[in-house]
Design a protein around this ligand. Structure first.
Ligand SMILES: NC(=O)c1ccc[n+]([C@@H]2O[C@H](COP(=O)([O-])OP(=O)(O)OC[C@H]3O[C@@H](n4cnc5c(N)ncnc54)[C@H](O)[C@@H]3O)[C@@H](O)[C@H]2O)c1
Length: 249
């Protein structure tokens, strides 16, 4: 198994790619703490992991709230004794109707960018205590290129994640902490997606993807798994694009 003896905290784990990562990490031997604002759904995923023989817990966490990060880290350490992996995955979609909405810009920054930073701030001391760790930050192809149908606050927040990842990698390598980012392309629509859930628009986007299809949540989760695991022990500050070739065009 690829994550034997590891403890992983995964945000946004109640659905989508975070849920898939939680299930796969547990199958690979990790003890997984799932975190999300969706308490019922998150707890149900943790229960399903446990009933299929994995080790999992759930903690309610709004990643934009600093004090909640403090208690999520404490609860994870109290339950599992340490934290080796953080998957900073929770996020809001940029595929919304009003792409010039200022209040939504602020929300994207609060959840997608600030939430990601807070995760690193609070997990790093815990990782230092256990002698190192691996942080995998969920960015997007939207953190690399501009896109017609996406709120630019989403591109800005995902680009912030991309570069904060590199800063953290440089600053904490000496502590044995690796920090990398994953950049999915077109995936199943997020809960907060409006335009990206429109079948006509999805078809149009798919025509521009070299592999001519959307990705699956598992295809993104396996990229998270690789970077989280010791297989990536000499990899830090890098970005792994999972997009069927979309940004290679
Ligand atoms: N779906 C895509 O096409 C796509 C592509 C590239 C990147 N991403 C990124 O991947 C990540 C996961 O998205 P997904 O596709 O699985 O979507 P999703 O909507 O299914 O999952 C996102 C999860 O984050 C949670 N969440 C939202 N705000 C939160 C908050 N403030 N605190 C804690 N949890 C919160 C949601 O409840 C949800 O469970 C996001 O960061 C997203 O931006 C998605």
């Amino acid at each position: 198994m690829r994550l034997t003896n590891k403890v992983a905290l995964i945000t946004g784990a109640a659905s989508g790619m975070g849920e898939s990562a939680a299930r796969i990490f547990a199958q690979e031997g990790a003890r997984v703490m799932l975190a999300d604002i969706l308490e019922e759904e998150g707890a149900a995923v943790a229960a399903a992991i446990k009933s299929s023989g994995g080790e999992a817990g759930f903690v309610a966490l709004d990643v934009s709230k600093e004090e909640q990060w403090r208690s999520a880290i404490d609860e994870t350490v109290a339950m599992f004794g340490r934290i080796d992996i953080l998957v900073n995955n929770a996020g809001l979609s940029g595929a919304v109707t009003d792409r010039m909405d200022v209040a939504y810009f602020d929300q994207l920054m609060a959840v997608n960018a600030r939430g990601n930073f807070l995760g690193m701030k609070y997990v790093i001391p815990a990782m230092k205590q256990s002698g190192g760790g691996s942080i995998v930050n969920m960015s997007s192809m939207s953190g690399i290129i501009g896109q017609e149908f996406v709120h630019m606050g989403y591109n800005g927040a995902k680009a912030a994640i991309r570069l904060m990842t590199k800063s953290a990698a440089v600053q904490f390598a000496k502590d044995g902490i690796r920090v990398n980012s994953v950049h999915p392309g077109l995936m199943p629509p997020m809960r907060t997606s409006v335009s990206a859930a429109d079948p006509e628009l999805r078809e149009k986007i798919i025509e521009s993807i070299p592999m001519r299809r959307a990705g699956t949540v598992e295809e993104a989760a396996y990229a998270l798994l690789f970077l989280a695991s010791d297989e990536a022990s000499y990899i830090t500050g890098t970005e792994l694009v999972v997009d069927g070739g979309a940004v290679a065009v």
